[in-house]
Design a protein around this ligand. Structure first.
Ligand SMILES: Nc1ncnc2c1ncn2[C@@H]1O[C@H](COP(=O)(O)OP(=O)(O)O)[C@@H](O)[C@H]1O
Ligand SMILES: [Mg+2]
Length: 288
């Protein structure tokens, strides 16, 4: 059995679901943070395409890209089916919103999203959220929480954020959505060249296990974003056989609350090497 696989929303990014414990949790707002050129828009499109392939609806909201630029990017990636999805109305692009016009988040923008997200099987992208939040007054930032809760009701969202080129992440336009998002993935172009040129790190994933490391990724025509390293996570996954780990220890001799915690631990595969896991369990029992 894999970790928490049931009910997850597959991201469509190759190699990422394994690092998220099966994918995104349904009805969540998921942040993708990175500077220009790291592949945020490609990530967002790939996420939408995965849903469209499963007959889900897709909504793409952008303040700086119109439909033509989205099609151009899709075509450059070899994803010509995007045009078909647009023609059939399965993929909707909201690009007639202008940041200057948005003073409150409960505007036409939200109406557009909610009116097109009639059932729960919809994927929503806001690419990017940065011009919108930057245009809001400090007072309005508390509305981000409310806006995200509306997005959660509507479906599963990917919201991208522009990382400033100087790498300063302490700006409220980054910290507020990062704090309020259900998951945060940081894409970086660190410029080491080739294998480790582009890296992905999962900063948080509420209510789920996630991989801790820094994982290299590539952008490839046709496939899109491909994250490496997830096979390692699959290999080290350990099934906890509590009887085996406890050896000869009588369960009745173990503190009851500790035993309950260990039984919960044994319900699912644990993504650490077996020897380490046995050491951890031994120490937990010794300390109880
Ligand atoms: N056909 C392609 N093949 C490989 N890489 C591509 C292709 N098209 C774009 N890219 C890469 O994707 C990057 C842009 O991705 P994009 O999603 O627009 O970035 P962001 O939205 O983060 O600014 C480009 O800088 C380029 O490195
Ligand atoms: Mg972009």
């Amino acid at each position: 059995m894999m970790i928490n696989r049931v009910g997850r929303v597959k991201t469509g990014i190759f190699g990422l679901d394994e690092l998220l414990g099966g994918g995104y949790c349904p009805n969540t707002v998921n942040i993708v943070l990175g500077s220009a050129g790291v592949g945020k828009t490609i990530f967002a499109l790939q996420f939408l395409l995965k849903g469209l392939e499963n007959n889900e609806k897709g909504i793409f909201v952008s303040f700086d890209m119109d439909e033509k630029r989205i099609i151009d990017l899709a075509l450059s990636m070899g994803w010509d089916e995007v045009e078909d999805y647009l023609d059939k109305g399965k993929l909707l692009v909201g690009s007639n919103f202008h940041v200057e016009d948005i003073v409150y988040l409960n505007s036409d923008l939200l109406d557009f999203i909610l009116s097109n997200a009639s059932n729960g099987d919809v994927r929503i992208v806001v690419d990017s959220f940065t011009p919108l939040i930057a245009s809001l007054s400090f007072e309005m930032r508390k509305d981000v929480n409310w806006f995200f809760s509306k997005l959660r009701d509507a479906g599963t969202s990917v919201v991208t954020l522009e990382e400033p080129l100087d790498g300063n992440l302490n700006n409220p336009s980054i910290t507020v959505p990062v704090f309020l998002g259900d998951s945060v993935i940081h894409l970086e172009n660190i410029g080491y060249g080739e294998a480790f040129n582009r890296t992905l790190k999962i900063i948080k994933h509420r209510g789920s296990w996630h991989a801790e490391g820094i994982f290299p990724y590539r952008i490839l025509k046709g496939l899109g974003i491909v994250v490496e390293g997830s096979s390692y996570i699959a290999e080290i996954k350990t099934k906890v056989d509590l009887d085996e780990v406890l050896g000869g220890i009588d369960r009745s001799k173990i503190d009851r609350s500790i035993l309950k915690k260990l039984e919960k631990l044994a319900e699912e595969d644990v993504p650490i090497p077996k020897e380490e896991l046995i050491e951890i369990i031994k120490r937990v029992i010794e300390c109880s």
